[in-house]
Design a protein around this ligand. Sequence first.
Ligand code: NDP
Length: 486
Amino acid sequence: MARPEAQPIASHFIDGAYVDDTAGTPIPVIYPATGKTIATVHAATPEIVDRALASAARAQIEWATTDPATRGRILRRAADLIRDRNRELSELETLDTGKPLQETLVADAASGAEALEYFGGLAVDHTGTQMSFGTDWAYTIRRPLGVCVGIGAWNYPTQIACWKGAPALATGNAMVFKPSEATPLCALKIAEILCEAGLPNGLFNVIQGLGAVGAALTTDPRVAKVSLTGSVPTGRKVAATAAGELKQVTLELGGKSPLILFDDADLDDAVSGAINANFYSSGQVCSNGTRVFVQAGLRDAFLERLTARLDGVITGDPLDENTNFGPMTTEAQTRIVLRYLEMAKNEGARVVTGGHRIDREGWWIAPTVLTDLTDDMQVVREEVFGPVMSVLTFEDEDEVVARANATPFGLSAGLFTRDLARAHRIVRQLQAGTCWINQYNLTPAGLPFGGSKASGIGRENARAAMDHFTEIQSVYVGMGPVEAAY
Ligand code: NDP
């Protein structure tokens, strides 16, 4: 199969044009399926960071007063362009991340387009409130924050750029976006498409770099808000830096989410849910349900059906649409996952299937199911961020709720049962930002998404995201004479 062109025109996209500065540290872009370099970009130098922020600050002033209907129309046009170019963008996402084209064709650009369409539609309808105080009255205005910074993780580069960019732009902000250094390609295309859709220059700039560039963006006084998708340690750093400057933050961080399967669940649905919650994108999904609590009566049937279904895994060139399981996105993450597998085995875990590297070029780990675990093992407690499912057994509701909540994380949770009264009763007790009942990992643009506890602050998607990209201005209107003491 012919490979699409991976090398971008230049490393950065600023003020409506591709820009390079080869003085910046070279960043190789590696195709995870082969481990081979397919492109090179350069980290932003301080001059590039400055240009990106200056152009965003300039452009935002006029954008803030642009009719929201116009803003929305541009975003919806960008959504259409993304859909028209779905295949090209999906192939790029596959090259950037290694995720199989079978997935990226339906998940990534599609989700980005959905966000742009959704927030484009809502742009005209993000209103304040009005209230009376006797004959006096007051109203509130939702004002944009100014220049916002988006910093992305490497698992969903197109989606993260759109999930952050769309609500920021719809509400009148400018955004400077820094993709993960591991996946620098996709956000550039989103910037290009936004421009083609009519977005004025400077409103969505993309600059490359490692953590240092992210840190430079979060400390700059021109920046009003930082929206990060990343790990908990990076989240803590960004929050601490932003606190020093009193900037607003949204943090979408890691998780170790529980997926609870009751005896009365539909077995095939429960197995499908567990597969999607652990092996989609080779397990590199923040909201994955990696602690699979199976009620004792279902355990054997679940493991039998699960292992049979995993025979359907097809590894191969991710650009081949028959491939349904891809490599890890980075070599570093591959090493991390293999280390967790070694630790688990040393601690006495039983490997039902997988548990090893797949013997082919690139960074592949077999889909792995572990049993004979205890809740205190490291592989059960910590985010592995790879294709590793921990199967745990439970007896009753109270026990599983207590164990599900016994984690510092709180991103997501799922449960499968035919007893819907029980489902809703349990959901109210789970400490998780998003819960799925008889489903897993679906994140429509109209549903708020974000973490509880250490999994984050704030929400993406839905009207909640627009609230996080705006602040309220209160306006009191006096209608009568003004009294004064003297
Ligand atoms: P990291 O936390 O390593 O990096 C996230 C981003 O932050 C990268 O662009 C990184 O740059 C940048 N960065 C690193 N240090 C700093 C700093 N001091 N200041 C500002 N920016 C910085 O996460 P990963 O990329 O490894 O992504 C995996 C993590 O992301 C997992 O924990 C996962 O759970 C989480 N995640 C959360 C999601 C959610 O919505 N809750 C969704 C997807 C992933 P660089 O990498 O280039 O150095």
